[in-house]
Design a binder for this molecule. Structure first.
Ligand code: ZN
Length: 395
């Protein structure tokens, strides 16, 4: 595989919340992984087979959408749209985590056998299917009454690593606790729906239910789309260690409240960002980027911290092996700058002002997948490429 060098980096967000910014003008990529960063990478990056000249702009880790409604293929039955994952790559998203294929599968089977089969099929299909390079972490079983220990063991053997709670055939939402425990026992990361019911057929899940179920992640804790009450949120933040997922398709007021609570309780490492799309809210290629901008411009976070919520924090909560810019990590990278008409200096400054940055390059596993994004506004300064021809996306 050709080596790849990124040079003339102006600003770099690491995706690591405890050290979110790094001064480094170059990154070297070999065999799809970051092999050197900073002064040690400079000479080799300039001499790499393929060179991305960032021209003083900003490099971020590839964004992770930890709540994405994939089913099978690059198609969303909910919005009847094809190629949405390809389009999300143009929004800087390089990995998604399925929020349960069964949730939007037409016909929605409610028996445990079908639920298990769908999760295994999705895990195995997306293992080999990467629209525009997108890493789709699929195989998220929708928990149903009657899933046994043997079922979870079988699913774990066949690549199912996530579970979704809140759409199964339970008479009362509290009743799923045994299946949540079984899933966790077999190593699955369990995300629960939180808040009011979203689509017809889902149940409201209050903070009392979340405290009873104890999932690994409170999915769309700012509501999907209806928010939880403030006192309940305070209890979840203060008394548990569950991950707190803030989504674009939720309630913005509640998201900002959760951010304040997390800050007060030193719980920022548990906060992660996702889009919760495609849903009734739509297909949103810029969904994660937009939430990052909102958390920084309205929530008082430094832009590089807001980026970390959507990258390194997601990776930790959902047990993914990407999301940070560090030696040895997969080279999933986004090059961006302030949009052409913005008052901001660079990509991070744009995020701080609430302006969506303009993306000029997206790299997944060391491959350049996108040059100028077809979805973001035009960047002030565009990355240039040598050693490869990168077409501009048609607008
Ligand atoms: Zn959802």
């Amino acid at each position: 595989m050709p080596t790849l060098g990124l040079i003339n980096i102006g600003a770099l967000a690491t995706g690591i919340l405890s050290a979110p910014r790094l001064e480094a003008e170059a990154i070297l990529v070999a065999d799809g992984r970051i092999s050197a960063i900073g002064p040690g990478a400079r000479a080799d990056a300039r001499g790499a087979d393929v060179v991305v000249d960032c021209r003083g702009t900003t490099v971020l880790p590839g964004l992770i959408d930890s709540h994405c409604h994939v089913v099978l293929g690059d198609y969303t039955p909910r919005q009847k749209t094809v190629d949405f994952l390809d389009s999300y790559v143009h929004g800087g998203i390089t990995s998604v985590v399925s929020a349960g294929e069964g949730v939007h599968a037409p016909g929605r089977p409610h028996d445990p056998v079908a639920s298990k089969a769908l999760a295994i099929a999705a895990a195995k299909c997306f293992e080999h299917f990467h629209p525009n390079g997108m890493k789709v972490n699929a195989g998220s079983v929708v928990l149903e009454p009657g899933l046994t220990d043997e079922d979870f063991a079988e699913m774990a053997r066949h690549g199912v690593r996530h579970a979704k709670y809140g759409f199964g055939g339970y008479a009362q939402p509290r009743e799923g606790e045994p299946e949540v425990r079984r899933a966790q026992k077999h190593g699955l990361c369990v995300m629960s729906h939180s808040g009011g019911n979203s689509i017809p057929g889902s149940s409201p899940i209050s903070h009392e239910v979340l405290l009873h179920l104890r999932p690994d992640v409170c999915g769309h804790v700012n509501g999907g789309t209806t928010s939880l009450d403030e006192a309940g949120l305070a209890e979840i933040v203060a008394t548990t260690d569950m991950a707190l997922q803030i989504v674009q398709a939720g309630n913005l007021r509640s998201a900002l409240h959760i951010l304040r609570l997390a800050r007060e309780h030193g719980a920022m490492a548990r906060v992660c960002v996702a889009s919760d799309t495609p849903t009734g809210t739509g297909v949103m290629p810029l969904g994660v980027l937009k939430t990052i901008c909102e958390m920084a411009s309205l929530g008082g976070l430094a832009p590089e911290e807001a980026v970390a919520l959507a990258t390194g924090n997601n990776a930790r909560a959902f047990r993914l092996t990407t999301g940070t810019i560090a030696v040895g990590q997969p080279a999933d990278l986004v090059v961006c700058d302030a949009p052409a008409a913005s008052l901001a200096r660079d990509g991070l400054d744009a995020i701080a002002r609430g302006d969506i940055p303009g993306i000029s390059c997206v790299i997944i596993d060391g491959h350049i997948r996108v040059g100028r994004s077809r979805n973001t506004p035009l960047a002030k300064r565009l990355a240039t490429f040598t050693g490869i021809t990168v077409g501009d996306a048609p607008h």
